[in-house]
Write a protein that binds this ligand. Sequence first.
Ligand SMILES: [Zn+2]
Length: 420
Amino acid sequence: MNVWSAVGAVLLGLRVAGELWLEALNRRHFKRLAAGEKAPSANSTRVVPGSRALDYALARCRFRQATVAYETLLLVGLLWSGVLPRAWSVWQQIFGTGPLADSLFPWCVFALVSVAWWPWLWYERFDLEERFGFNTTRPATWWSDRFKGLVLAAGLGIPVIAAIIHLIRQAGPWWWVWGWTGAVAFALILGWLAPTWILPWFHRFDPLPEGALRERLQQLAARMDFPLRDIQVMDGSRRTRHSNAFFTGWGRARRVVLYDTLLNQLGPDELEAVVAHEMGHARLGHLWQLWTLTAIGWGLGFAVAGWIVQQPDFYRTFGFSEPHPAVAVLLLGLWAGPAGWWLLPWIHAWARRCEFQADAFAVRALGSVEPLQRALERLHRDNLADVPSHPWYRFWHESHPTLPERITALTANARAGAKR
Ligand SMILES: [Zn+2]
């Protein structure tokens, strides 16, 4: 076993062990809650033993355990079985070498990997989510989503892969700086493309109809001096009964999006609070911070990639006799997931901080805690999300604080505000 194989095995092994350990903690934690034990600190929600939320949390936990095992087997099989080098030599015999053939090879492997996930997605949608009454997707919509996803992955992915291969070949040892710059610029372009072209291909968006609610939200925006150009309603109910709201895009493409399911769940006060929270994310610069964090993460990734592609042993470890930019893209792409896993706690710690800040912003905007508190309680209950996970699991995986944590922070804020 050479050093690359060892590093790879350690990265992957620690990851799968860590992930399964977190899920095992979670599972024991949920089972204890189900048995009526009191949750550890900060989990002060009253969980009714055997409640649907608990069953849902346990079912999702088992699902994740299975997917982690599957993902690891898939990756180990691809990387260490020798199937990739054999496919590569057959590919070259059939299609030769040229920019298109070279870029298509890694893309096809990535596409096959994503197709290998379809049975899991199907199970999640039509079994797990269905059992808990969340699924509203029809199989035809599901298939059309998969098909559109592949088309999109081809349209965006093949040119990106071709560009990276071209840079590795032509731009010398510092190619990764150009690659990184290009990737960051591409993320900016996507921030504009996503709300205007990509999302509307999958979902239907309608402007929030004229009326009391729309007027109220516009007044809120005016009061906060917030340039709210667009409030859109998305047909989330065509796929799920889960509800959500989010901010997306930048510049003229910037908009707040409400799921139609949310409009049915919340009253006007609560909706206003949710929109104020989303405005908080935009106003406090969270989207730009996220973009900067992503850029830093990619910078690290590209720098490591820049070094790795020059190591002939890296290719040999995984059965490729010759270094080749297409093979580099393929191997690095397959390794990106397991490597990125180690960054999750940092990203999520930052995201949870943003949630507290946006909550505080909303309370300032509304001058009251109650509407946001009611909205959060309602959303957590209806989404069966009111069972907090084990603290270690939350530390690694969760981008949102728990409901009790948020409510504690809200009331503390309100008290501090009243004293001022
Ligand atoms: Zn938020």
